[in-house]
Design a protein around this ligand. Structure first.
Ligand SMILES: [Zn+2]
Length: 119
């Protein structure tokens, strides 16, 4: 190993330590694509994983969007996997649904911390 290379490796190590310190600070919050609330979001697969598999789409190739648990839960309970995969595979298509608009209007008034019953 030559000296320059060794120096580069050391530099990388220092950066890792610096980023570890940054990670302990508050991270910017994600925003739900449907209701716009900020907080911990989950990755919503625009094509349900089971449907993607059937269509030969690899899991890593399915586009995901940031969505809160309440909105995601609502979609899963309200629509079938086939509907989600075929009719609702874009955010625009999801937002165009009247049921979704009604739910979003309601859920926006709910605190994110509270679990929402979507039954
Ligand atoms: Zn939401």
């Amino acid at each position: 190993m030559n000296a320059a290379r060794y120096g580069a490796a050391m530099g990388r190590k220092e950066r890792e330590q610096a980023s570890w310190i940054e990670d302990t600070q508050t991270e910017p919050l994600d925003v739900c694509v449907l209701c716009g609330r900020e907080g911990e979001m989950t990755d919503h697969h625009l094509v349900p994983k089971s449907q993607g598999r059937r269509q030969g789409v690899k899991l890593g190739e399915i586009p995901t969007v940031k969505m809160c648990a309440a909105c995601q839960g609502f979609l899963v309970k309200t629509f079938s996997n086939a509907q989600l995969a075929n009719e609702l595979s874009t955010v625009e298509a999801i937002q165009a649904r009247e049921e979704v608009q009604k739910f979003v209007k309601w859920v926006q008034k709910q605190p994110l911390s509270r679990g929402v019953r979507v039954h």
